[in-house]
Design a protein around this ligand. Structure first.
Ligand code: NCD
Ligand code: ZN
Ligand code: ZN
Length: 386
C-alpha cells in the first residue's frame, strides 16, 4: 500500500515511557482505547503505562490482559509498567519474574508514596537480576507532604503550601546511594528517575553518571515550558507532581537535554476528569494530560535550540536506550513503527478534538506546529489525520 505523506517528515514513531491510562478502574478519567488513540494521534507507537490504577497493576494476569486488549485496539502498542510493591502499599513483591514473563516493561513506584529505602533496594536488586529497570517518582514523601505547588517566592506570595525542591533532591540522592551500594556489590541494578524537575536533582544525576552509575532520567515538556508563575491563576490545570518549578530550573533542564545528561522526554500524561480539576487548588488531583500535543509543543518551543534530530532522539531512541530496547530504525526490514510529521502548518490547540477523555489542557488555544499526520504501528495505520 502506498500512502501519500503530504510532504511531511518521516520519522520513527515516538516512544512514551510514562503515561497514566487509568485502566483498570478509573476509566472516567481515561481508558486504554482513549489513551492509546490519543498516543497514536500524538505520533507515539509505544506507550509504557503506569500501574497506579484500581486495582494496582501488580499481577501477571492483569499485565497480560492489558497487553491483549491493547493489541485488539490497533492504536499505540502498550507496555505496562508493573508496581514495585504489592498494591503499591510498600510491601516487596516476590513475583517480579512472573510479571516480567507476562510482559511488564519495568517496575515503578510512580503515583504513590512508597518511600521505604529497604524495599526499593530489594526491588532494584531483584529487578536488576532480571535485567529490568526500576523507575522512581523520586519525591521525599514527608518533605513534599501538603505542598500544592513549588515552594518559593510565588507560593509565599500566594499563601499556598509549598513542595520544596529539596523533596526531589533528597529522594534522588538517597536512591543514587542505594544504587551505588548495590553496584559496589556487583549487582546489576538499573535506576530510572521519572519526571526530573529541579536543577539540583539533575546535577545529582550528572555526578552519578560521571561516577559510572547505571542511572537514567526523563524530563517532561511541562517542566520545560511552564513555571510556578502559572499557579498565580489558582487554576488546578497547572497542578502536577512534581510541581512546576522556577524559570531557572526549567532552563537548567533544557541545558540537560542539550548536553545529553537527560536521557529522554516523557509526558507523564496524567488525565483527570474536568470536575476533579475544577475543584479548589488544595483539593484537586495532580496531573497534566497532553500526550497528543507533546511533539508539537516541544518542536514549536524548543525546536530551534534542540534541532529536529536531537528532539527526535529524545523521543524515540532515547527512551529505547533507557529500556534496553533496540533503537528504532527506518531501515528496510525494521518493524514499521513510523510517524509522518507536518513541521510547518500552525494550528491552534483545540481540546475538543482530543482523543483523550481529558478535553482540557494548559496549552488550549495556543498555536503550535509539528502535528503528526500519520502514525503507523507494526505496519498498521494507527492514526491518520483527516
Ligand atoms: C500522576 C497521576 O495522576 O497518576 N500525577 C501527577 O501529577 N504526575 C501521578 C504521578 O506521576 O506521580
Ligand atoms: Zn510520578
Ligand atoms: Zn506519573
Amino acid at each position: 500500500e502506498v500512502i501519500d505523506g503530504q510532504g511531511g517528515t518521516l520519522a520513527p514513531a515516538l516512544v512514551e515511557l510514562h503515561a497514566h491510562l487509568r485502566e483498570p478502574g478509573q476509566t472516567e478519567k481515561e481508558d486504554l482505547a482513549s489513551g492509546l488513540a490519543a498516543a497514536a494521534a500524538g505520533g507515539y507507537g509505544t506507550v509504557v503505562c503506569m500501574p497506579n490504577t484500581r486495582p494496582v497493576i501488580d499481577d501477571p494476569a492483569t499485565v497480560r490482559a492489558l497487553i491483549e486488549k491493547a493489541e485488539g485496539l490497533g492504536f499505540a502498542r502498550l507496555k505496562p509498567a508493573a508496581a514495585l510493591t504489592r498494591g503499591q502499599k510498600g510491601e516487596a513483591l516476590a513475583e517480579l519474574s512472573y510479571l516480567k514473563e507476562a510482559g511488564a516493561a519495568m517496575f515503578t513506584d510512580d503515583g504513590l508514596t512508597n518511600e521505604d529505602a529497604r524495599v526499593l533496594r530489594l526491588g532494584l536488586e531483584y529487578a536488576g537480576s532480571l535485567g529490568m529497570v526500576v523507575s522512581v517518582h523520586a519525591e521525599d514523601a514527608t518533605l513534599r507532604a501538603g505542598g500544592v505547588m513549588n515552594e518559593g517566592p510565588v507560593s509565599e506570595a500566594l499563601g499556598l503550601p509549598g513542595n520544596p525542591a529539596a523533596a526531589e533532591a533528597a529522594r534522588v540522592a538517597r536512591d543514587l546511594e542505594i544504587l551505588a551500594g548495590l553496584r559496589e556489590q556487583g549487582r546489576s541494578a538499573r535506576l530510572h528517575i521519572q519526571h526530573l524537575s529541579t536543577a539540583r536533582a539533575l546535577d545529582l544525576v550528572r555526578e552519578a553518571k560521571a561516577r559510572g552509575l547505571p542511572v537514567s532520567c526523563e524530563v517532561c515538556p511541562h517542566h520545560l515550558d511552564l513555571t510556578d508563575e502559572a499557579l498565580r491563576s489558582f487554576d488546578a490545570v497547572y497542578k502536577v507532581a512534581p510541581p512546576l518549578r522556577t524559570r531557572a530550573d526549567a532552563d537548567h533542564l533544557l541545558q540537560g537535554l542539550l548536553d545529553g545528561s537527560v536521557d529522554c522526554l516523557a509526558t507523564d500524561h496524567a488525565p483527570h476528569t474536568r470536575a476533579e480539576k475544577e475543584r479548589d487548588l488544595l483539593e484537586a488531583p495532580s496531573g497534566i494530560a497532553y500526550i497528543e500535543l507533546a511533539f508539537p509543543l516541544m518542536w514549536t518551543r524548543f525546536g530551534e535550540r534542540l534541532g529536529l534530530e536531537q528532539l527526535l532522539d529524545l523521543m524515540t531512541a532515547g527512551p529505547c536506550r533507557v529500556m534496553g530496547w533496540p533503537e528504532p530504525s527506518l531501515d528496510a526490514g525494521a518493524p514499521a513503527d513510523l510517524v509522518v510529521l507536518d513541521l510547518h502548518t500552525e494550528r491552534a490547540v483545540n481540546p475538543a478534538e482530543f482523543k483523550s477523555k481529558a478535553k482540557f489542557t494548559p496549552w488550549q488555544g495556543q498555536t503550535l506546529r509539528g502535528w503528526p499526520l500519520l502514525t503507523v504501528v507494526g505496519g498498521r495505520v494507527a492514526y491518520w489525520r483527516g
